[in-house]
Write a protein that binds this ligand. Sequence first.
Ligand SMILES: C[S@@+](CC[C@H](N)C(=O)[O-])C[C@H]1O[C@@H](n2cnc3c(N)ncnc32)[C@H](O)[C@@H]1O
Length: 256
Amino acid sequence: MYMNSFLSYVGGKSRLAEEIVKLIPPHNTYAEVFGGAGWVMFRKDPSKNEVINDINGDLIRTYRVIKFHYTEFIRQLRGVMISRDEFNRLLNQNIEHLTDVQRAIRYYYLNKTGYGGRMVKPTFPAYRTDPSRFNQFTLRKNLLQVSRRLARVCVENKTYQDFISLYDTSETVFYVDPPYYDCETYYGKGIFGKEDFSVLAGLLEGVKGKVIISINDRPEIRCIFANFHLREVATSYSLSGKTQAVSELIFTNFVP
Ligand SMILES: C[S@@+](CC[C@H](N)C(=O)[O-])C[C@H]1O[C@@H](n2cnc3c(N)ncnc32)[C@H](O)[C@@H]1O
């Protein structure tokens, strides 16, 4: 079923998802290593077995809450409104004593009302011309779809190394969408560094399963992933309301 993710996300593959879905070979287990907002998983048909992973605990908690506590999540969502004060109150909240549902509401609200899906340093935009994407009534339809779509999806909170070793079988297809080269800190400090690109390439060269990697086009990346089949795709980024055409790289360990 064709559907949207529930999050806007820096580096999210909403524009590239269909291109990537077309490349997915027959498989038993679909394993998304750097899950983020999971645009590719939400755009493709359900596989027999599916797992989505991310190192970010707040993000993964939000997946779990929408999957298991959809009704309570929607109930509590009614209590928040689009306002700079509300945004700053939630942003500066001491999260230690919040319940899982409250933490998920906070994450979702900051994502939907904040600027460009930037979760490391969320900021409230000036809505001078366009309205906020946060409309609790229209969002509810998407959240119900997401909750149902996640019913049989396993959600993991592991490093990419642990996740790949755990889920590698000859019937697995890994979709691998790491942070962009030169943008390693966009999702927080100390979770992914420049050296991780080579570690990741080495790990993926040795797996039994099939691999699809999407990444920005840099000479260093072409060199690190030189042992994979390469395909260039045209896509676009939005930055400060402007859309920029760019080419992105897709590497596979099979001939697509
Ligand atoms: C480019 S985003 C993925 C976007 C996703 N494909 C989408 O369409 O929304 C990269 C993700 O990798 C996660 N990440 C960064 N370092 C990681 C690590 N060491 N292990 C697992 N996940 C990591 C980040 O939290 C971020 O969500």
